[in-house]
Design a protein around this ligand. Structure first.
Ligand code: FES
Length: 197
């Protein structure tokens, strides 16, 4: 049995779970974007951050397991601030993504990036040239499902920094793609559409 506390309340679990799953079982909502039950969590988007007593930094709940005596906080100002910061960065990249706008509203972040907390996203938006038109948050779920589940390797990353994007290898339609649609299925911002070649 693993005994922990979440937001000051005690909980016991028979098996080792991630913080995200333990909170879910306790009826506590934690936002996620890059997490999918079919894939091993890798803590890419950081929107699921929580506070763990004794840890100097916020940790991604989808990629951190509970341990005996762990004290977890999911609703503090620090957690809220950490998630707001991540959402601002995501908004800066994908101002048109409805899913990110919804998260922004939930966490009190101005979807236009003009709020007091919006300084980072505003800065990045001004730097972005040309403005991003994608709704891809570069979480990599599509690349990973294509490699790890369907084993087709028909998608990969290209370029770096602000120009980073996801594309078939060498930007050509990949022979290995079987059109299964699993990339579109896992995409948290619905930015992939499947078309006839
Ligand atoms: S959902 Fe946990 S890091 Fe993205």
């Amino acid at each position: 049995m693993i005994n922990i506390s979440i937001n000051g309340k005690p909980y016991s679990y028979e098996e080792e779970l991630t913080i995200y799953h333990a909170a879910k079982e306790a009826g506590i909502w934690i936002p996620t974007l890059c997490y999918n039950e079919k894939l091993k969590p890798y803590g890419g988007c950081r929107v699921c951050l929580v506070e763990v007593t004794g840890k100097p930094v916020l940790v991604p709940s989808c990629a951190t397991n509970i341990t005996e005596g762990m004290e977890i906080v999911t609703d503090s100002d620090r957690v809220k601030g950490g998630r707001q910061f991540i959402i601002e960065l995501l908004l800066a990249r994908t101002p048109g993504a409805k899913e990110i706008q919804e998260l922004a509203k939930k966490f009190g972040v101005d979807p236009t990036g003009d709020s007091a907390q919006g300084s980072v996203s505003t800065y990045l938006l001004k730097r972005a040239e040309p403005p991003f038109e994608t709704t891809c948050i570069l979480c990599g779920l599509c690349v990973r499902v294509c490699a790890e589940v369907t084993e087709r390797h028909a998608l990969s990353y290209e370029d770096r920094g602000m120009k980073r994007r996801i594309t078939p290898p060498f930007s050509k339609v990949a022979d290995t793609c079987i059109g299964c649609g699993s990339c579109a299925y896992v995409c948290p911002t619905n930015c992939i559409t499947i078309e006839e070649a």
